[in-house]
Structure formats: structure tokens, C-alpha cells
Design a protein around this ligand. Structure first.
Ligand SMILES: C[S@@+](CC[C@H](N)C(=O)[O-])C[C@H]1O[C@@H](n2cnc3c(N)ncnc32)[C@H](O)[C@@H]1O
Length: 476
């Protein structure tokens, strides 16, 4: 659907009308970052200054939160109908529906009849049409992600967004206005839904009282690890942007906030469409799949409860560490002491229970790593686990280095640059992790219990251990 027009020069009047107050700062174009906030004069907040220096105040009524959505539903019967038909599953989903309404109300194609506009209706047109997040990339750009940890995440997200949009269309068939826009005329397509999701993901923030919300004007502030400002929600429910203590911003200098310095490079690119080399932790997350020949695979996945992941992260000394509690479940079986049982309650309901040596770990499946420590064969278990993790990392590294660049189609220079940075960070982390795991494996292979166990297993198992680092098997 065509977007409405609302330029930066219209913003001051909108702010006056809606009680948004900028103090000594203004919105400007920032090279390579879209809009951002800059100082109109030198801003100083001394360390010992007990008063916060507030640069922006946004009234509670403008905050787009779960409460804000409900307020609008009270004012607009049409929106309430839409929410009742297709919403109330999650705060995010309801906010996306609110944004969908604003997209329609603010479009030059809109011919009226859908209830009152809100301050957001006009403000929506100021928001970018193109967000650099991967869900909005072209096929050629997406192909650059091949082998990275982001490839499965983006593909899964696009599948979810398509399903959400199809669901939305199915749920509004009884609402003629929306049915026409979404299904008959197809004026609104899945591309619009992807845009709304990207806007939400890249511009929402967690407020202490209102929860995950979008705050107009505060969402124009860019990120830096050396952030000069921070936001807060005061007792009146207003959102404030304050200069940090001990900070000075020169006239014309940009005011920034910290979007979160514990995010991995892939998460940063996924949520915001850029990687800040200074602010990302050296980490990556890979989805885990059960071992092909594990007869208990489905039960273990069910008992684990969440989708299993392998996380690699470098500490401050640059040493990589891995966490993947599910790999312990992958490598343990009945004969080791892992039991999965379906228990029937007196009311007839059935539950899957998981035990390690008769200790019930159903509620805390991730504690498996700790509870096996006291077992006499725990070094043998560690060897299996290390072998599996090592194989996963080796395979990922091969995928990453084997992926050939697909040169067809348009690829923006900034996208190519971001992906190439991501690839080099992930390659480095995988290589380092591999080295550490190989050392761990060699140490385990020198352990007396492991040696004894492998000898007892006979020559074939022994040969296996000698080539463990390259082995596809899991020793189980
Ligand atoms: C909350 S918005 C900030 C305002 C935004 N620049 C605009 O024009 O509306 C977040 C988006 O700003 C851009 N951005 C913020 N900080 C950035 C940075 N340090 N480097 C590059 N882009 C940045 C990214 O496109 C990100 O998705």
C-alpha cells in the first residue's frame, strides 16, 4: 500500500500538537544511519550534577504499548473488531495490527470509513519504507548469508511472517473492509506485514512499566556503545531521554543510546540491520538437530521443552566457550541412566517425565550437565558430547567456507559489507572453538576412565577414539 507523506519539516508542528518536547536537540539526517538526534548547542552534564539533563519528553498517551493498543480499541470500534478477530495473541501481534491500521489510515489510497486517526497516523509516515534488516533483503542479498548462523534464523522468520499474514487474512474474512484490502484487492501484501514486523523489531524497546513498546521520536535515536544518553519512564508514565552523567556532546554532535551490548553480531544484524564492531559480543547461536539414529530423539526434544541451541561465546580474554545442554541429552541413553517415561495422572492426563538415575529432571532438563558429574563415567559422557559439538562446529565451518558468492542480482554495498563482516567474525569464532574443543578432546582421551572404558569396548571402539576428532559418530 502506498505510504503517506510526512517530512522532517512537519515534525516540529506535530510535536507541539502532541506535547512532545525536544530540548536543545533536533532530528537530522545522519550519513548512513537515516534520521538521528543531534545537539543544537553544546550539551554538558557534569558528573556531580544531581539533576538529569532531559533532552526529550514523550507523553504517556503516545506510547504504543499493550495499554496504548487497548486505549485505541476503546476509541475505535473498527479497530476493536479487527483486534477481536485477529489479535490478542501477543503484545507484538496487537502492536503490528495497530501499525497496520496506521499504514492504511495514513495512505493516500485510503478513502475513509475506518474510525479516528491518532497522532501515530501522521507519525507513521515519517518511518522509513526500507529497513536494512535481513527479512527485507532481496533474494540475492539473502544468498550472501549462506552458511552463517543467520541463514536459518532469517529463513524461519520469513516462514513465520508468511504464516502470520495468511492467518490474518483467514481471520478477517468476516470484516468486509479488511477482507477487501487483504484478500480481494490485495492492496496489502505480505511485504507490508514484513515491513511492519521490521519496524517493530528495529524500533521497539523495553520500558520498565509499559513493557515492550514503540515510542515516537525516541525511536529516532541511533545506537552507539559509547551512548551519550539513556531513556527512562517517569512516575507520570512519560518517557524521557536524558544525557548521561559525565557526558558532553558538541554542537551538531549526535546523541545516541545503547541498543544492548550483549547482542551477538548476527542478532544485531537481524534486529537492526547493522553490526556495530564496538558493541557486539563475539558469540553465535546455532540450532541443534537430534542425532539421526537416536530412537528417543522425539521424546528428548519434547522433554527439553524449547528449541535446542548451541551457543559459542568468547570471554574477555578471547577464549571461546560453548553451551548446549541439549547435546548432553543427545549423547545419553537408557543404558547410561537417562529414562523417559510417560506417567498417567489420576485424572487421566499423561505427562512425559525425564529422570537421570532416578532423579526427576523433568522441570530442569538443562541441569543434565550438572547431575551427571557424579557418575563414574562422566568423562566418557563428556567425550561423547565434545565429539558431537566438535562435529557440529566443523560442519558449520565447512558450510561457511564452502559457500560460494552468488553474483546475480542487486546487492547493496552496505549489505555486502555487513555480511562479509559477519562471515569473518563467525569463521574466526568457529575456528577458535574448534581448536579449544580439539584440546579438550585430547585431554579426555588421556583420562584413565576413558582409556579403560574404550579398552573394555574392544578394538573397534578404540580405533574410533583415535580418530575421534574427525568422526561422525557420537560414541553412544
Ligand atoms: C530506532 S531506529 C533509529 C532511527 C533511524 N535511524 C531512523 O531513520 O528512523 C533504528 C535504526 O537506525 C539505524 N541505526 C541506528 N544506529 C545505527 C548505527 N550505529 N549504525 C548504523 N545504523 C544505525 C538502523 O537502520 C536501525 O535499524
Amino acid at each position: 500500500m502506498r505510504r503517506g507523506l510526512f517530512s522532517l519539516s512537519d515534525l516540529p508542528a506535530w510535536c507541539v500538537l502532541n506535547d512532545v518536547n525536544f530540548v536543545d536537540v533536533k532530528v537530522a539526517n545522519i550519513s548512513g544511519r537515516g534520521y538521528g538526534l543531534i545537539a543544537e548547542k553544546e550539551l554538558v552534564n557534569e558528573n556531580d550534577n544531581s539533576e538529569s539533563l532531559t533532552l526529550l519528553t514523550v507523553p504517556k498517551e503516545l506510547i504504543l504499548s499493550a495499554e496504548g493498543v487497548e486505549e485505541y480499541a476503546k476509541e475505535s470500534k473498527d479497530f476493536r473488531q479487527l483486534l477481536d478477530a485477529a489479535g490478542r495473541q501477543s503484545n507484538r501481534g496487537d502492536i503490528l495490527l495497530f501499525l497496520l491500521v496506521q499504514l492504511v489510515l495514513s495512505s493516500p489510497d485510503y478513502e475513509g470509513g475506518q474510525g479516528p486517526s491518532t497522532p501515530w497516523t501522521q507519525y507513521f509516515s515519517l518511518l522509513p519504507e526500507v529497513i536494512p534488516t535481513p527479512t527485507m533483503w532481496s533474494e540475492s542479498e539473502l544468498s550472501l548469508l549462506r552458511g552463517t548462523s543467520l541463514e536459518p534464523a532469517v529463513s524461519a522468520k520469513l516462514t513465520t511472517l508468511t504464516k502470520e499474514f495468511d492467518n490474518l487474512r483467514a481471520k478477517v474474512t468476516e470484516l468486509p473492509f479488511w477482507n477487501e484490502l487483504l484478500s480481494i484487492d490485495e492492496t496489502i501484501t505480505v511485504r507490508d506485514w514484513i515491513l511492519l514486523d521490521a519496524l517493530y523489531r528495529s524500533r521497539s524497546l523495553g520500558l520498565p512499566k509499559s513493557g515492550e513498546s514503540m515510542v515516537p521520536c525516541l525511536d529516532l535515536v541511533n545506537h552507539s556503545i559509547q551512548a551519550t544518553a539513556y531513556f527512562e519512564e517517569n512516575y507520570k508514565g512519560e518517557v524521557l531521554l536524558n544525557l548521561r552523567k559525565g557526558n558532553t556532546v558538541a554542537r551538531g554532535g549526535e546523541i545516541t543510546i545503547d541498543y544492548g551490548h550483549d547482542k551477538s553480531p548476527a542478532e544485531m544484524l537481524f534486529s537492526y540491520g547493522f553490526i556495530d564492531p564496538d558493541s557486539t559480543t563475539r558469540s553465535l547461536v546455532l540450532p541443534l538437530e537430534s542425532l539421526d539414529d537416536d530412537p528417543l530423539a522425539a521424546a528428548k526434544l519434547h522433554a527439553f521443552g524449547t528449541s535446542p541451541k548451541l551457543r559459542l561465546e568468547e570471554d574477555e580474554r578471547g577464549i571461546p566457550h560453548w553451551t548446549a545442554p541439549f547435546v548432553y541429552l543427545m549423547c545419553l541413553n537408557e543404558e547410561d541412566g537417562l529414562k523417559l517415561r510417560v506417567l498417567q495422572e489420576t485424572d487421566g492426563s499423561r505427562h512425559l517425565k525425564m529422570f537421570w538415575q532416578d532423579v526427576d529432571i523433568t522441570d530442569e532438563p538443562s541441569t543434565i550437565r550438572d547431575v551427571i558429574q557424579s557418575h563414574e563415567l562422566h568423562q566418557v559422557f563428556e567425550l561423547r558430547v565434545t565429539t558431537v559439538v566438535l562435529n557440529i562446529i566443523q560442519q558449520k565451518l565447512d558450510e561457511l567456507t564452502d559457500a560460494k558468492e552468488h553474483r546475480q542480482g542487486l546487492v547493496r554495498a552496505e549489505t555486502r559489507q555487513a555480511v562479509s563482516y559477519l562471515r569473518s567474525l563467525e569463521t574466526g569464532l568457529l575456528e577458535k572453538s574448534l581448536q579449544v574443543l580439539e584440546e579438550q578432546m585430547n585431554q579426555l582421551l588421556r583420562d584413565e576412565t576413558v582409556i579403560g572404558y574404550l579398552q573394555a569396548m574392544g578394538p573397534s571402539e578404540n580405533d574410533l577414539s583415535a580418530e575421534a576428532a574427525n568422526d561422525e559418530d557420537d560414541f553412544s
